[in-house]
Design a protein around this ligand. Structure first.
Ligand SMILES: O=C(O)CCC(=O)C(=O)O
Length: 273
């Protein structure tokens, strides 16, 4: 199906996993009531965005309560669900920042482990070190669905144009970034990066952010965004808890690429080192 509605659940995240799961489930239903066939949650939607808390909230895929809740929601509503991200623990005890993706029957059809960990020290601004508790993923994620081909990456991954380009060369038509930009880099770079990835690659780009929780240690910037392949903003939120709804028309990907055949004009032999 080339034309469909997408919903982003810009939810407030609190320090209570059960409450976060209930909120996600409620907002997914709200997005579905708004006509969404593809629904997206934000980064670390079941856990406050704090490195030291990731181990405590982490769960394994098999039997994990959050993963089970997501599968049930996808099946119950018959939607494609990009389950934001959660801290995922593997058999060896490594913890990843992972997005789980489900089809309309609730089957897990893909997962992305955040490749670029957010280790930054912006003087007078944001200090964060995901690598204190997280292990990085090591591959791109391209998921073929009944609605189209989704490239999924997480937050800081959006700063790496090579990752987006690789997903697009593999066939991605929509790039989806569950994210949690903060008050320093959010206003400076969030919209710019999402629109840049859209215009670079002539694809839809969706950034799904948490709402601002004024009581949280890490203050999310919000501003979930849907951008089309011409880099037009189709929908954008403020900092509040809300469902952002937009219309995707995948025919526009082909139209823009035909009119401005950027990807055909690439000269990979010149870029290689
Ligand atoms: O790249 C940024 O400025 C924000 C990244 C971030 O918050 C994250 O990766 O979770």
């Amino acid at each position: 199906m080339s034309v469909f509605t997408v919903g982003i659940c810009q939810m407030g995240v609190v320090a209570d996993k059960q409450a976060n799961m209930a909120k996600a489930s409620h907002m997914i239903a709200e997005a579905v009531a708004g006509g969404s066939r593809l629904v997206i949650l934000p980064e670390m939607f079941n856990c406050p965005y704090q490195s030291e808390l990731f181990p405590q909230y982490a769960e394994t895929v098999a039997g994990g309560p959050t993963v089970s809740m997501l599968a049930e929601c996808a099946a119950k509503h018959g939607i494609i669900l990009v389950g934001g991200s959660i801290p995922e623990k593997d058999e060896a005890g490594n913890i990843y920042n992972t997005s789980f993706i489900f089809d309309e029957r609730g089957h897990l059809i893909g997962h992305h482990r955040k490749v670029h960990l957010f280790d930054v020290n912006i003087k007078g601004g944001t200090v964060f070190q995901e690598s204190k508790t997280l292990t990085a993923g090591n591959r791109i994620t391209l998921v073929k669905t009944s609605l189209g081909n989704l490239g999924v990456a997480i937050c800081y991954d959006v700063r790496f144009p090579e990752l987006a380009r690789t997903m697009v060369l593999e066939g991605a038509e929509i790039l989806i970034y569950p994210a949690a930009f903060g008050p320093v880099t959010g206003p400076a770079h969030w919209e710019l990066l999402l629109r840049a990835r859209a215009v670079d690659n002539q694809v839809y780009v969706i950034g799904a952010a948490p709402a601002l929780n004024a009581a949280a240690e890490y203050k999310a910037y919000g501003h979930s965004l849907i951008v089309d392949p011409w880099s037009r903003i189709l929908a954008v939120a403020g900092v509040e808890e809300t469902v952002v709804i937009g219309k995707i028309d995948l025919r526009i990907v082909g139209k823009v690429r035909e009119e401005l055949p950027l990807l055909q004009h690439r000269k990979p032999a010149i870029y290689e080192r």
